[in-house]
Ligand binder design. Structure first.
Ligand code: GLY
Length: 578
């Protein structure tokens, strides 16, 4: 049996765990700037890993300690999360990796988003009456896009890594084969999603005991089928996943239940290296994810609008600051609904959306004192200068590389369907397409023609892995899960650091707000004062308090030190450095 956390005996600093284990070690280095702060990030000088699961952090940190770089550690973390956090870590899904390579002096975005199968059609999720059938797009075999994770991680390793795929998968195989101790969060998640998972025998046998009972905190959770799949990939490379036995098992699953993914779809899948969206905010350079994600475009667009105000002077989470943020967010999400989609299929006016000039124009529509009703906001006209459950981790190494990776199977446990014999869950990412223009998806996001279902197309995402640089050096590495809230969560951590001067732990932990144009409401977390809420209501905003948003695992690099901020919204998240 693996001994959780036994690695944290040296100078590594760590603090976590919803009641399971608590380790508080002496930080390796102290930094005077943090004296007297209310919250403290983990501090280190030679490498930092922040993931949503302590065992993935452990696997990745070991790679850094053995001299591997951030990309090696990232691929190791991603495979480990696929074992320890099956609700979102995945090999049956896809995602985006933004990486800054010191050696190659470039920031690139690896797009390993799932693709629609070649037999997908624009009306595949419409019922006989022409209405969107969300059961089909979320909980059937039709919901799955062709998985991209294995190919994307392998590409990252091949181009930017220094270890072999076998080395990167080894810790994941061990975790799957020998098992790991169930945490309260893991146990609770499976209880909450029992209905979805128990619809399928292939899922039931993995996630529930032989008598149908629950895994409780403290139990050992072993995944033999997944271990075998990972061993096959380790032995034969990604070809095995896309053309070998794993592909055959996935396609057999499709054939048995009316899914569309074929052997050709698997064989033809390839990840793409893209140019990140780039912007500038108060002297910092922002690099974030390009389409098929809307994340980078709108993080930059909202920052551009807000740059015209004295946000720092208005104060953190004051009514005035939140008012301005909400007004900027509304306009960005309205544009998202019309213009964003897979750039391989549609022209996205990216330059226009992210231009300072367009932001100036949108800012003129914002009333400093009164909320603009969303129904009066239409998608704008950016100049055509040219055409809930996801998981994020951030890693930096001593060589100057940084990785910001967000990947997903969409919902918690994706479609709920495990590929029989292969032991991993299928994504339900097809629901991120607009099944019917004007009908919201699971996150209440509206989409248009640009994001309609088409064969081999990538569905629009909000995932926003982001790297912020100052004077050419990595400054902030951040990103989050959270569906439509990903963009605004990422935005707020950037603002909390740049505008409000918070350290990275405080920036990550601070209460968040969100507006996505429709519904016309500001969603808030607990922690805003009643008079802030009253101030917003007096300006005409509807304010609703809902559950927490995002889980943003972030790193700040400053003056030769690395500061890790794990999001307290995830009880298993861990920042650890060396
Ligand atoms: N599935 C959520 C997203 O990609 O935005």
């Amino acid at each position: 049996m693996r001994k959780p956390m036994s690695f944290l005996t040296r100078s590594t600093a760590a603090a976590i765990l919803g009641g399971t284990v608590l380790f508080l070690c002496q930080p390796a280095y102290s930094a005077a700037i943090l004296e007297g702060e209310r919250m403290h990030p983990v501090e280190a000088r030679n490498g930092m890993v922040v993931t949503s699961h302590f065992l993935a952090t452990q696997s990745a940190l070991e790679v850094l300690e053995q001299g591997g770089n951030a990309i090696d550690a990232a691929v190791t973390a991603a495979f480990s999360l696929a074992v320890t956090q099956p609700r979102s870590g995945n090999i049956g899904g896809g995602g985006f990796m933004l990486l800054s390579s010191e050696q190659k002096d470039e920031v690139v975005a690896i797009d390993y988003r799932e693709k629609a199968p070649s037999k997908a059609t624009f009306d595949m999720f419409l019922d006989e009456k022409g209405d969107a059938d969300s059961n089909r797009s979320r909980f059937s075999h039709l919901a799955a896009g062709v998985p991209g994770t294995v190919a994307g991680l392998a590409l990252a390793l091949e181009k930017y890594g220094t270890i072999s795929l076998q080395q990167a998968i080894a810790p994941a195989i061990k975790l799957a084969e020998e098992g790991f101790i169930v945490t309260p969060r893991f146990s609770k998640g499976l209880k909450e999603r029992e209905k979805r998972l128990k619809k399928w025998d292939s899922s039931t046998k993995i996630f529930y005991k032989a008598d149908g009972g629950y895994y409780e905190p403290g139990d050992l959770f072993v995944q033999k089928e997944l271990a075998d799949t990972l061993k096959r990939i380790s032995a034969h490379g990604i070809k095995e996943f896309y053309e070998g036995k794993t592909a055959e098992l996935l396609v057999a699953e499709m054939k048995k239940h009316g899914g569309l993914i074929s052997m050709d779809d698997m064989k033809n899948y390839s990840p793409v290296i893209r140019k990140p969206v780039q912007g500038a905010y108060r002297g910092y350079d922002i690099f974030s994810m390009s389409p098929p994600s809307s994340g980078g475009a709108h993080v930059v667009q909202i920052l551009n609008i807000l740059e015209g105000y004295d946000i720092g002077g208005s104060g953190h989470n004051s009514a005035q600051t939140i008012h301005l943020m909400a007004e900027a967010m509304k306009r960005a999400y309205a544009d998202r609904s019309k213009y964003l989609g897979d750039e391989d299929f549609v022209q996205v006016p990216l330059k226009g959306i992210t231009s300072k000039k367009y932001a100036d124009q949108l800012r003129k529509e914002i009333n400093l004192e009164k909320a603009t009703a969303s129904k009066t906001i239409a998608p704008g006209a950016p100049q055509p200068y040219e055409s809930n459950e996801t998981t994020h981790f951030s890693i930096v190494d001593k060589y100057g590389n940084a990785v910001s990776n967000t990947y997903t199977i969409n919902f918690s446990y994706g479609s709920g369907i495990v590929v029989d014999g292969a032991g991993f869950l299928l994504n339900n990412e097809m629901d991120d397409f607009s099944s019917k223009p004007g009908v919201p998806n699971a996150y209440g996001l509206l989409g248009g023609e640009a994001n309609k279902v088409e064969a081999n197309k990538r569905m629009l995402s909000s995932m926003s892995p982001t790297i912020v640089k100052k004077d050419g050096k990595n400054f902030l590495v951040t990103g989050s899960p959270g569906g439509s809230r990903i963009i605004t969560t990422t935005l707020q951590v950037i603002m909390n650091v740049i505008d409000h001067g918070l350290n990275i732990k405080s920036a990550v932990a601070a209460p968040r707000i969100h507006h996505q144009w429709l519904p016309d409401e500001i969603r808030i977390e607990e922690g805003l004062s009643p008079d802030t809420i009253q101030g917003l209501e007096e300006k005409g905003h509807k304010v609703v308090r809902k559950s927490s948003m995002g889980a943003i695992q972030s790193i700040m690099v400053k003056d030769g030190m690395m500061y890790g901020g794990a999001d307290p919204r995830r009880s298993t998240a861990l920042a650890a450095g060396m």
